[in-house]
Design a protein around this ligand. Structure first.
Ligand SMILES: [Zn+2]
Length: 485
């Protein structure tokens, strides 16, 4: 049932009172309507599109608690501080919060004084929090999953706890049978295949899908071949020089490479730092802050950088090395030009035969080998893992249990009967690792095709992300291929 006129008067009043706006941007109104009606939803909209209002506003208007699951503390802090400054009943939980404050928040939840609770999947599934949230008297109206692509991606951003979210709603409802809990997943990018993974991973029920075109008219796309490793460095340098002192990002795939390249650039007197998942949270925060304050002109980073960091005036993005998936690429270039002004992107690739420089191919191979190794390890462990069990008790014996089960879950070889207990599939013997690797390889084909295409790059992206209607005869006029014509 849709919201009626009286509902909308309320919605607009709250919107204006809390945020000071009078009009929604599409598809905010539609998403709010969907969430207020308690229907599941998958929302794909670029960052900066006013995503958080879509779930914050319904949470304030509904009775009970809305839980927001988010991968990063910084990401949550930004939103929570903003809402708290408006005196709204919002809290966040993570493991860096002092005990006293944590206790206070848990107490507020117990007394139902909070409307929005932000936490990471790991905190949600930590026993003290979980045992409180399942208490029947605590009314929960919805689960919001922010940055839902974490369910899909591998590499440095991989988080095994995400797979356990599939059983969260069902388990909560066992303890609160009369309540209605809707799930809404938000992500900046998801091609049709990723959408399927998200839907399945969260067990969404007839979700309404809201998808905004990924096309950005202020992002110029360009790919260049670097014939040798030396050549790659010089092309990067030339490009950076052309950007003068403007703020940017250089994406690279490995920790070691980010350190090496950043050191070389520092020696050339650039204000730059390396950033990867191997740094401590404090080190990371320090680099983020320096970059936000323009004390660093750019950062040489892995995919670990960027999530939740909002810098409007990023004028350029270089992919010094190519990401494995097109969706990662799209997410990473999406950090450019958030203020709506022009931003340039450049991707450097080795020549396609790999004859002079095989490093791109090697990196791809390495990624696949790692994946294969993980699965082989998982397969070996299978002999030790009981057919069903509780990961909290098994964790001591098999520290990697969560990762193994997450890998198996991805290929439908295990199931979470609740967020702590699993059951292995009966057809485990046909866990074919070479087939899985092959499938992953296919997923990376799209990225390769994108790099090689001679037609409009944005047209390729539109097609790849399910916007075939918009892609028909589309010419952006500002990508390298369009400009060449
Ligand atoms: Zn184009």
């Amino acid at each position: 049932m849709d919201c009626d006129n009286q509902d909308w008067i309320n919605i607009y009043q709250t919107f204006e009172k809390v945020w000071g706006y009078q009009e929604f941007r599409p598809p905010q109104k539609e998403v709010i309507n969907c969430l207020l009606n308690g229907q599941d939803a998958l929302i794909i909209m670029p960052t900066g599109g006013g995503k958080s209002i879509c779930f914050q506003l319904p949470a304030l208007l509904k009775k009970g608690l809305t839980i927001v699951i988010s991968p990063l503390v910084a990401l949550m802090e930004n939103q929570v501080n903003e809402l708290k400054s408006k005196q709204l009943p919002v809290e966040l939980l993570h493991n860096e919060i002092p005990r006293q404050q944590r206790k206070k928040t848990l107490d507020k939840i117990n007394k139902q004084q909070i409307r929005l609770l932000y936490l990471s999947p790991e905190t949600l599934l930590s026993l003290p929090v979980w045992q409180l949230l399942i208490k029947p008297h605590i009314e929960i109206n919805g689960l919001i999953l922010d940055e839902a692509h974490c369910l899909v991606q591998w590499g440095e951003t991989f988080r095994p706890s995400y797979s356990r979210l599939s059983a969260v709603r069902e388990e909560l409802l066992k303890h609160k049978p009369a309540q209605k809990i809707a799930i809404a997943a938000f992500t900046a990018t998801a091609d049709p295949k990723s959408q399927e993974i998200i839907k399945r991973s969260l067990q969404l029920k007839n979700p309404q899908i809201f998808s905004i075109s990924p096309y950005r008219k202020n992002l110029n796309l360009a790919i260049k071949i670097a014939w040798t490793p030396r050549c790659r460095r010089h092309q990067l340098l030339n490009f950076i020089k052309q950007q003068q002192k403007q703020s940017g990002l250089v994406y690279i795939r490995s920790r070691k490479d980010s350190e090496k390249l950043s050191q070389w650039l520092q020696e050339l007197n650039y204000k730059v730092a390396a950033y990867h998942a191997g740094l401590s949270p404090i080190q990371r925060r320090e680099i983020e802050d320096k970059w936000l304050e323009d004390k660093l002109q750019f950062v040489v980073c892995t995919s670990a950088f960027g999530l939740g960091i909002n810098k409007p005036d990023v004028r350029w993005i270089v992919h010094y090395q190519v990401p494995f998936l097109l969706s990662e690429y799209l997410q990473e270039i999406g950090r450019g030009g958030r203020d709506g002004k022009l931003a340039k992107t450049l991707t450097l690739i080795s020549e396609p035969t790999g004859w002079l420089d095989s490093s791109d191919q090697q990196r791809n191979q390495y990624f696949l080998q790692q994946l294969q190794k993980n699965y082989q390890q998982a397969k070996q462990y299978l002999k030790q893992i009981p057919k069903q069990g509780n990961i909290m008790t098994l964790k001591e014996e098999i520290p990697k249990i969560e990762i193994i089960l997450s890998l198996l879950h991805r290929w439908k070889k295990s199931r979470w009967t609740d967020p702590f207990n699993y059951e292995l599939a009966s057809n485990l013997s046909d866990l074919n690792i070479s087939q899985i690797t092959k499938k992953s390889q296919q997923e990376s084909q799209q990225m390769k095709q994108y790099l090689m295409t001679r037609s409009c790059r944005w047209q390729y992206i539109l097609n790849a992300f399910g916007f075939s209607k918009e892609a028909k005869n589309f010419q952006c006029g500002h990508c390298d291929n369009c400009l060449r014509k």
